[in-house]
Design a protein around this ligand. Sequence first.
Ligand code: ZN
Ligand code: ZN
Length: 410
Amino acid sequence: MKGILVIADGLGGRPTDYKGKTCLQAARTPHLDALAHRGATGLLDPVTPGVRPGSDVAHLSILGYDPYCEYPGRGVFEAAGAGLDVQSGDICFRTNFATVDEDFIVLDRRAGRIESGQDQLEAALQEIQLVSDPDVKILFRVSTEHRGALILRGEGLSANVSEADPHKKGKRVLEIHPLDNCIESRKTAKLLNELIEESHTKLKKIPFNVRREKSGKPPANILLPRGASSMPNLLSVNEKFGVRGCVIAGGALYRGIGKIVGLMPIQVEGATGGLDSNLNNKIKAALKALKTQDFVFIHMKGTDTAGHDHDAKAKISFIEKIDTAIGILDEKLDWEETHFAFTGDHCTPIDYGDHTAEPVPLLLAGPAVMSDDVDKLDEKSAQYGGLGRISGNVLPMLASLNNWLPKFGA
Ligand code: ZN
Ligand code: ZN
């Protein structure tokens, strides 16, 4: 048996989203509704009720890991997802290119969301040598827009350090400090502060930024690292369930989560991790992968982006785009030997513009799924679904339907 899990990031919403409906209620979703009719639905608390999860924590939990014990911090996922080869002992960070003035006051946390030419920023950073310890290597990779990932590789480093991003315009870049008294944490904090200063010195002068300033765009003139973490010791999906799987995601974070749990990343043309992502191509790539793999995890990001942007119409239209892609999946999937799960990793309501703790709809379909009486997929209909209300662990549920799940106990 095969399994396919589709997570629409920030799928869930509130009745305040759009004319008294959630975006999922307001969207036209004939294909998801048809699957809800044939399959079973329920409500999913991505972690547990009353927890407002970050996407990384929610994904780990949905994939069957215990985020309270097994969450390493975000940096390691970003680094793996950006294509860096994360090794044991590496200290990984997610980063933003931001715009600051000469006093390091943040003018734009995202440097105007850079559309292209990020390789020039990457090249400038690779030239930096840290005088506090020249043996520590800096590995850097841009991912999407202003985002990137950083690894510090060397002896005597620690992930127990604070972050640089003040998360607010008009505030000064935060000085990194050690979060414990270890010599490793103090050394890492010192190296990072040097790296941040050096990034400003280098980046402000490069032609890429000179051109941006001339055309009235905010220059990407500083690197802000956060989310320090090192390689966790997780059992892979293969070790847990004895199957081989892959991940399809435009966003580096999600590709990285997949890689860290042992899923092979598949590059898909037009998979951007944005609202413009080519979802049909992702589904086609997944169908192709299922010919040789047991499991595919597909991530779709636009629902969350639109939620953060308080843009109900964009979220509704992205949900409809997901539905069209699911239509292709429904038509082409071998339903005799595949189980399908569809859900979100949390709610991102339009008014609030950030993640909230309410549960999200979950849909399971396939030959072993006991169908219920729900024939529409949304937050309200799913309250009446046969799956009830569950916490995380969607992949283990798929694994059970596929007879992959090992027994707990004798
Ligand atoms: Zn998310
Ligand atoms: Zn989000």
